[in-house]
Ligand binder design. Sequence first.
Ligand code: ATP
Ligand code: MG
Length: 408
Amino acid sequence: MKMTQTFIKTLREAPKDEIAQNGALLTRAGYIHKELAGVYDFLPLGLRVIEKIKSIIREELNAIGGQEVLLSSLQNPELWEKTGRFSDQEVDIWFKTEVVGGGTLGLAPTHEEPITNLLKTYISSYKDLPLSVYQFQTKFRNEKRAKSGILRGREFLMKDMYSFHATEEDLDKYYAEVEKAYARIFERIGLTETYKTFASGGIFSKYSHEYQTFLPVGEDTVYYNADKSVVLNKEVLEPEVLEDLGVKREELAETTAAEVGNIFKLKFKYSEPLGLKFIDENNAQKNVYMGCYGIGVSRVMGVIAEKFADEKGLVWPEAVAPFKVYLVGIGEAGTAKAREFYAEHEDEILFDDRDARPGEKFADSELIGLPLRVVISDRTLAEGVAEVTERKTGETHKVALDKLVEIL
Ligand code: ATP
Ligand code: MG
């Protein structure tokens, strides 16, 4: 992508009302634009990060048999009344809207009810099970606090997956597969300091699990023991739980974290009230076992921005960087050579072809935070090299021009 052909514009100052570091940096660097508190637009650079995160998640979920769908945002209250969840007393973050001609609709904050209802058409026998479906979908939640940039949106992108099983054993088996897939996802995305934590399980299971990334500005508090690889949420610090997990209270240290995902064994919580049943091998009618598995895709982007940023700007892990290389040409011959390199590898390069001083381009390259900056100047050209600077370490080394393609 060429800078002169995009509307990316870096800003020296963050908007005054943007107090969260992720929101401020992502806005200044041209990744997002704020519409309202908790409501953001994703610009070309930001969308590329989102798409890269989605691709990694998609690959890992397809590998465990997930089928991708896209459900609607507008919701029929009658469906949610069956589980009691249309009530504002029960779920206090609904956005509801009046329909022309009468009636109310809701904007989906999550999708357990619609997916369970939808699958009544497609699941009737044990032969239809197991089944796992997922989507990347915009959720709407009327959050009270929306001051954390894209960490907490009123409109945000979630990956939500739901699985359906004939037996509890099969649900347990799939849940364990999802745990492995989640570990691979967070590792690949670059959020290696993400831990599966024990959280309370609700009425149907002992524990649910959250995925928490250690982060100074995270909203959650977790308790961990690195030696025993145990991480717990505040709500499960009960003596029986500690005994169950083999840790003592005094062996746990406290830290802050951001919840980037969570997984639940729902069992019959939704299948029962919504009537999702199947006929087993012996012709008996039974409730379908369910699990649900979320990842906050836009929050993940914000967590990455927060976690790796330094005083100069953003620092993207390579797997989710919008481009691998920020390319700068200096001088007439250097710029011509840079243009040539860009033309051959457009997909991986953000080419700063603006008519601006090198110092300004260098500062923007640091703010935008791509893994590598490549500078080709008249001087480096005379040596037959380009200067390649790693954003993470700030280290620069020379690479022969005929070997430059190898850094991509
Ligand atoms: P939180 O405790 O942070 O409000 P939650 O328990 O309400 O999260 P879920 O309903 O399980 O979260 O949603 C699945 C995932 O979506 C969460 O793990 C989180 O990463 C993300 N998420 C939830 N609410 C928001 C939000 N308002 N903005 C951005 N991401 C969110
Ligand atoms: Mg919430």
